[in-house]
Ligand binder design. Structure first.
Ligand code: NAD
Length: 339
């Protein structure tokens, strides 16, 4: 039995981290038919768009994809391929676990948080325009009952299926009374249908402060799009940074896995960055494919290599210029050896 999976390497450091992930997943013995599809700035000339229809078709056909990061021009240029892909495939839930890994230097040792970010609307609806060029601009923030209901339900179902005890809805309903007021109201209504899971809510700024000071008070967090993006990076900072933070975009029938981090262009082509976030995204993918044992083996191998601290990339060393740091592919080799 083999699983067809669409693989989008992305750009910047994407090719390196996805190559490492692919070798590790293949080394588990699970047979994946990798269908490699390119997206991003490099394909615009050939297809007139950074996200060609045949790439979406491939994911629709295979129902499972994994991707490296894709660069988005800042301030101008084409819209984010990552946001467009989530929207086009209705991958409404962005799941970002943040769990401490022994051996990774960080403020706390036993963090185990799950961020559930709404992925299709909020400020990322991308409805923006100049009101007066160079003087005033406007962005429309969309929050709807159906999208809120399904993301909060996703958070509770995830909590139930994974033995979690509490869901926190994070919002700014004191200021954004219409949009986040609706988000909070719907969250409370959905929560009432899950009496076995504790529910509370927090205003996003207070939540950020508490996450830094008392992260253990939290368990599963559910947030509108922009807050989810920001708070999930904050949580990855609590467990050692973007190099170790995996993620998944999940829809009704389709799932696309990807690290939380971006394309880190300044490190592209240097075989330098940490492949862990993408490798752990590969493990999340294997879980999704019901290959739980292979996923566990990858997670244990990653933990072992990091705990030993020898074959790890620069970001996991106490000093960032430690000459004993290994490269992306060498760390993947060590993980394969530890499988
Ligand atoms: P980034 O995540 O690319 O990099 C920020 C910093 O984090 C890097 O300079 C590096 O120090 C560190 N870092 C990131 N990945 C790492 C890894 N694997 N190992 C070790 N250190 C790592 O964020 P950015 O600089 O804000 O964004 C760069 C580009 O990536 C932008 O074009 C942005 O739009 C895009 N981006 C894409 C995605 C995605 O594809 N899903 C997500 C975020 C950002």
């Amino acid at each position: 039995m083999s699983y067809p999976v669409t693989l989008i390497p992305g750009d910047g450091i994407g090719a390196e981290v996805t190559a490492a992930m692919r070798r590790v997943v293949d080394a588990t013995g699970v047979r994946i038919e990798w269908e490699v599809q390119e997206a991003g700035a490099a394909v615009i000339e050939a297809y007139g768009t950074p996200l060609p229809e045949h790439v979406l078709e491939s994911i629709r056909r295979n129902r499972v994809g994994i991707k490296g990061p894709v660069t988005t021009p800042i301030g101008t240029g084409f819209r984010s391929v990552n946001v467009a892909l989530r929207k086009a495939l209705d991958l409404y839930a962005n799941l970002r676990p943040a769990r401490s890994i022994p051996g990774v230097a960080s403020r706390y040792e036993d963090i185990d948080l799950v961020i559930v970010r709404e992925n299709t609307e909020g400020l990322y609806a991308g409805i923006e325009h100049d009101v007066i060029p160079d003087m005033a601009a406007e962005s429309i923030r969309i929050i709807t009952r159906p999208a809120t209901e399904r993301i909060v339900r996703f958070a509770f179902e995830y909590a139930r299926a994974n033995g979690r005890k509490q869901v926190t809805a994070v919002h700014k309903a004191n200021i954004l009374k219409a949009t986040d007021g609706l988000f909070l109201r719907v969250a409370q209504q959905v929560a009432a249908q899950y009496p076995d899971i504790a529910f509370n809510d927090r205003i996003v700024d207070n939540c950020c402060m508490q996450l830094v000071q008392r992260p253990h008070e939290y368990d599963v967090l559910v947030l509108p799009n922009l807050f989810g993006d920001i708070v999930s990076d904050l949580c990855s900072g609590l467990v050692g940074g973007l190099g170790v933070a995996p993620g998944a975009n999940i829809g009704k029938d389709i799932a696309v896995f990807e690290p939380v981090h971006g394309s880190a262009p300044k490190y592209a082509g240097q075989n330098k960055v940490n492949p862990t976030a993408t490798i752990l995204s590969g493990a999340l993918m294997l879980r999704h494919l019901s290959e739980r044992e292979a996923a566990l083996r990858i997670e244990s191998a990653v933990t072992k290599v990091i705990a030993e601290g020898q074959y790890v990339t620069y970001d996991l060393k106490a000093e960032r210029d430690d000459p004993s740091a290994v490269g992306t592919q060498e760390m993947a080799d060590a993980i394969i050896a530890a499988l």
